[in-house]
Design a protein around this ligand. Structure first.
Ligand code: ADP
Ligand code: MG
Length: 255
């Protein structure tokens, strides 16, 4: 995919659910091609709703979402989704299908046959052995399942990767390892990545730019260095204070 087709733009986007909940409230945002953006916020702040409007799992009530400068609804949704990898909150692997079939599902939807070789490549990409292809998801650890979810998201060679709390259920060591692996993949493949997380430390350590969401609005938008310097505003400061205080206490213990 050409570099410039990897940008994501929100133009005054809102989503009001039936019943009146305004999950996303007038968001305007430009995510540059090749950047790694973290979207941080409390549960219910609208992160998943915002993310799902990029690949049209949710349609905005107002405003417009553009990918590569083109409105996302300019063409058919399946075509759009081949250009956008999506890692679900809670993984969402099909339990009755083998790992290989789970990874290949996007390829098969795109009409590709004989995907065994591609599946092996994709598993290698996320540092899983090719033998894993014949296992069912239940026979994997949580971290391995997440890697399968990433392999599946990258199957069609997308330029954009959306991840919705992909590390939520993992232990801290696995979580840290997978975060680094994803950042390395992002850099190597020149992806545009949007990572939803509720963990500010993770956001600061992995992303080029951190957005904080509150009640459907973006209330902070800054690079990690500026957030740590207190330039992100009160909402960001409150979130940054937690890992900073922990780091400080750990440093004290080491004295
Ligand atoms: P987050 O991902 O930050 O936890 P969500 O985007 O899932 O937040 O939800 C934002 C708001 O929209 C919440 O109030 C939630 O209850 C509501 N919401 C999300 N999905 C739906 C839906 N399908 N129908 C109605 N309300 C929804
Ligand atoms: Mg969510």
């Amino acid at each position: 995919m050409p570099e410039q087709s990897r940008s994501v733009t929100f133009k005054n986007v809102s989503k009001v659910w039936p019943g009146g909940v305004k999950a996303v409230d007038g968001v305007s945002l430009e995510v540059a091609a090749g950047s790694f953006v973290a979207l941080v916020g409390a549960s219910g702040s609208g992160k998943s709703t915002l993310l799902k409007m990029v690949n049209r799992l949710i349609e905005p009530s107002e405003g417009q979402v553009l990918v590569g400068g083109e409105p996302v609804d300019a063409g058919p949704a399946p075509e759009l989704r081949r250009r956008i990898g999506y890692v679900f909150q809670n993984v969402g692997l099909f339990p009755h299908m083998r790992v290989g079939e789970n990874v290949a599902i996007g390829l098969r939807l795109a009409g590709e046959k004989d995907s065994a070789r591609r599946v092996a490549e994709l598993l290698e990409l996320v540092e899983l052995s090719p033998e894993m292809a014949t296992r069912i998801p239940d026979a994997l650890s949580g971290g391995q399942r997440q890697r399968v979810g990433v392999a599946r998201a990258l199957a069609t060679g997308p330029g954009i990767l959306l991840m919705d709390e992909p590390f939520g259920a993992l232990d801290p060591v696995t979580r840290d390892g997978l975060g680094k692996a994803i950042r390395a993949l992002h850099d190597r493949m020149g992806l545009t990545t949007i990572l939803v997380t509720h963990d500010m430390a993770e956001a600061l350590l992995l992303a080029d730019r951190v957005l904080v969401m509150e009640k459907g609005r973006i209330v902070a938008d800054a690079i990690p260095r500026d957030l740590l310097a207190g330039k992100g505003g009160p909402a960001a400061d409150a979130l940054v204070a937690v890992p900073r205080e922990q780091a400080h206490r750990l440093a004290e213990l080491e004295k």
